[in-house]
Design a binder for this molecule. Structure first.
Ligand code: NOJ
Length: 560
């Protein structure tokens, strides 16, 4: 398999609105990020993925872009951004930018023009349809609740918006639009960036005719995802994008792809097909959802998680490459979701970090993960800011009369604002994030959980992550070794090996708050071994069985 810098890297995601505010307006900004680059360098990461910093009216916090070639006023200026890139490159850090081109903002000049008249030159930059029998053109539902179509008085037609009505979908059937996107990508690539994370990029090709989705229960709106996820022209569009915009640069790409399975991911990430380097798949973050979708809470079974990761590890073993993540700005905090954010917060955060960083693929750290930040519980829906959460609450409680307490419970578990509370830098007011009023309240646990404390404490999650990242630089088996699972049926522990020539890693992970034990298979007994990392006082006994304390993680390096 070919070597690439992005396979050896660890990537850190910054959600700029919530990272660091430099001017006291309560909103994180680019100078704030610059002021924290030394902290990130100290952590040891190689690459920063920056969530959108482009001009935007912020209906969806920057994922609704009104000018792809300029910076949002809240975050600073183009000069600030250029300084950020320089300061990063001076420190040997790479920068990947978010590319949000399934949709733009309705305030983008293309859309402003497009809605003016049916014969406007920009009309076909978006997806316009006449109504059907006095209703929407089809029954698709928006990801953010309600119909995916919005009627526009001016021309008497509807436009498609898979996300909010202020995020109209771009029409990728139009070659002019595609060319604009390629040019815009080159604008940033020529400034020297190191790649793109591509927002819902597998949504850009829609099935011809935009048919109604099956609706056996006769609902008002239903998911049309099978008609726009991994659509018929997606591979053509990605190959063209590679040819026209990416091929001349040494950059990496990761495509966000809800609904992509292993077979599709192979096609997207096969080096020889010239599409993308990695995808963010969603299967493992859907395992704790019931048939009603994300807000329909279901307990997670460890065997489901193990089966799923094993499927992806084996599936992309020879073709393609995995991206490894347990949380981001759309997902709840991983220690709250997969670990124990109370009694064993530190242990379980370290265990989950070990789990992810020892797998095959490129690990992504979401800001605050490295200090074990947790989910939040605000008393009132008024305290929440995320459009997905607010629209869902409004639909369920105000329109459908559902029990507000039950809906709040699902927000506490799954709401996106869990991940978006401001970064907790120290124990001063608002966690040192801002001297003003933060746009979203800081999690009240900042007095105990913050970066200053974590950097000072050698036994913190922060220092454990530094070590995990360092190990990757020292042991090629962590990057390139093949993966195999042991005891797949066990509901308490996750054990896997990574093998590269004569070296083997044995990774032992206790996913419970009770003691567990693992019988070492005969072929791994009596071998020369050393502990690479462990989240408890290292237990050096390597006999026929190993006992594991609550949420314990141990990684052995075994030599043949
Ligand atoms: C995925 C992004 O990660 C999410 O934050 C956003 O709301 C949607 N795409 C729409 O852009």
């Amino acid at each position: 398999m070919k070597k690439h810098w992005w396979k050896e890297s660890v990537i850190y995601q910054i959600y700029p609105r919530s990272f660091m505010d430099s001017n006291g307006d309560g909103i994180g900004d680019i100078p704030g990020i610059i002021s924290k680059l030394d902290y990130l360098k100290d952590l040891g990461i190689d690459v920063i993925w920056l969530s959108p910093v482009y001009k935007s009216p912020n209906d969806d916090n920057g994922y609704d872009i009104s000018d792809y070639r300029d910076i949002m006023d809240d975050f600073g200026t183009m000069a600030d951004w250029e300084l950020l890139l320089k300061e990063m490159h001076d420190r040997g850090l790479k920068l990947i930018m978010d590319l949000v081109v399934n949709h733009s903002s309705d305030e983008h000049e293309w859309f402003v023009e497009s809605r003016k008249s049916k014969d406007n030159p920009y009309r076909d930059y978006y997806i316009w349809r006449p109504g059907k029998d006095g209703k929407e053109p089809n029954n698709w539902q928006s990801t953010f609740s309600g119909s995916a179509w919005q009627f526009d008085e001016n021309t008497g037609e509807y436009y498609l918006h898979i996300f909010s009505k202020k995020q109209p979908d771009l029409n990728w059937e139009n070659p002019k639009l595609r060319q604009e996107v390629h040019e815009m990508m080159k604008f940033w690539l020529d400034k020297g960036i190191d790649g793109f994370r591509m927002d819902v990029i597998n949504f850009i090709s829609k099935v011809d005719g935009l048919p109604d989705a099956p609706n056996p229960e006769g609902k008002k709106y239903v998911s049309g995802s099978r008609y726009f996820m991994n659509g018929p022209k997606i591979h053509d569009y990605l190959q063209e994008m590679h040819r026209e915009a990416l091929a001349q640069y040494d950059v990496m790409t990761v495509g966000e792809m809800p609904g992509a399975n292993v077979e599709e991911a192979k096609l997207y990430t096969d080096d020889s097909r010239n599409e993308l380097n990695m995808v963010f798949q969603f299967e493992h973050v859907d395992l704790d959802s019931g048939p009603g979708g994300k807000w329909d809470l279901k307990p997670l079974k460890l065997t489901d998680l193990k089966n799923n990761f094993t499927k992806w590890q084996k599936g992309l073993e020879d073709i393609g490459w995995n991206s490894l993540y347990l949380n981001n700005h759309d997902q709840p905090r991983m220690v709250s979701r997969f670990g124990d954010d109370k009694e064993y917060r530190v242990e379980s955060a370290k265990m989950l970090g070990t789990f992810l960083h020892m797998l095959k693929g490129t690990p992504y750290i979401y800001q605050g993960e490295e200090i074990g930040m947790t989910n939040v519980r605000f008393d009132s829906i008024e305290d929440y800011k995320d459009i997905e959460t607010l629209n869902m609450y409004n639909e369920k409680v105000n329109q459908n009369g559902e029990n507000p307490a039950k809906v709040m419970e699902s927000i506490y578990v799954k709401g996106r604002d869990n991940a978006r509370t401001p970064f907790q830098w120290d124990d001063s007011e608002h966690g040192g994030f801002t001297t003003g009023t933060p746009w979203l309240q800081v999690n009240p646990n900042y007095t105990a959980i913050n970066a200053e404390q974590a950097v000072e404490d050698e036994s913190s999650i922060f220092h454990y992550y530094r070590k995990l990242i360092q190990l990757r630089k020292e042991h090629p088996v962590i990057v390139h070794g093949s993966y195999d699972i042991l005891v797949p049926e066990d509901e308490s522990i996750y054990v896997y090996t990574r093998t590269l020539e004569s070296q083997k890693l044995l990774v032992l992970l206790n996913f419970t708050n009770e003691d567990q034990s693992f019988d070492i298979p005969a072929d791994l007994q009596g071998k020369k071994n050393e502990i690479l990392i462990s989240n408890y006082e290292a237990n050096t006994e390597y006999g026929s069985a190993i006992s594991l304390k609550p949420y314990e993680a141990i990684v052995y390096l075994i030599q043949d």
